[in-house]
Design a protein. Structure first.
Length: 246
């Protein structure tokens, strides 16, 4: 069966999407189109470029966070430099949307005009960089006379491109708003606040999904990229269970 896959943002938690894609493929579902926001856009770009979930997991495990997340000196508009991330894209992904093997939509937020923009054609690198550019960590991206940043702020579950088709719409949300007992550091407070602000818009998208997959990531950090296998396994387990309902 052919499916369209929509992937939410979630920083390191987005690695769980890899497991979701693996479970779908093993169950015989063919991913024919992908849309995503932030980390979901990044995972979606690799899937659209033709990488298998196992190949993508190996890339995730091989990347050193210290090489990708480098301080911006001086930190005028962001704490981290976007150049290593852009170099990573150029190493692994094609330059244009049209060169992808599977159609991809990337969610971004237009800071000047306000609102959401979904990119589907043209240059891939800058829209993808914008989609993962969450402040204050990365600066906004100038592209096509727009100032763009993280797509999660305006549309964290961009299922809209698939509403008029007849393929199964599968959505993976790795940032549900469950109750937490404590917040241990500044980053956890930041991401918790962000999740609360995004929650109500995203929940309104749930009824548009034919199958909603929500991996259990309680206790899993938004920034621990070294646990790629653990995140992917959580996504895989959740997807296998959710597929039983079809």
């Amino acid at each position: 069966m052919e499916v369209c896959l929509t992937l939410s943002g979630g920083a390191a938690r987005g690695l769980a999407h890899i497991g979701v894609a693996k479970a779908l493929r093993e169950a015989g579902y063919e991913i024919k189109a992908v849309s995503g926001s932030s980390a979901g856009a990044l995972v979606g770009a690799f899937l659209s470029a033709g990488y298998s979930p196992d190949e993508l997991l190996e890339i995730a495990k091989s990347v050193s966070p210290l090489r990708v997340f480098k301080p911006s000196i001086p930190p005028k508009v962001s704490l981290l430099s976007p150049q290593p991330v852009l170099d990573f894209f150029k190493k692994h992904l094609p330059e244009r949307f049209e060169s992808l093997k599977i159609p991809l939509w990337v969610s971004t937020t237009d800071l000047r005009r306000g609102g959401n923009i979904l990119f589907h054609s043209g240059e891939l690198y800058k829209p993808l960089l914008a989609s993962v550019s969450i402040p204050p960590f990365f600066p906004p991206v100038e592209y096509e006379n727009r100032l763009l940043n993280d797509g999660g702020f305006s549309n964290d579950l961009p299922v809209e491109p698939f509403l008029n088709g007849n393929r199964l719409r599968v959505c993976s949300d790795v940032t549900p708003l469950g109750e937490v007992e404590r917040l241990n550091n500044l980053l956890e407070v930041f991401f918790r606040t962000l999740l609360i602000s995004l929650r109500w818009n995203k929940v309104s998208k749930y009824p548009l999904c034919d199958l909603l997959i929500v991996p259990d990531l309680r206790g899993y950090s938004f920034v621990n990229y070294r646990r790629a296998e653990d995140y992917a396994e959580r996504g895989y387990t959740a997807a296998v269970e959710a597929l039983k309902s079809l």
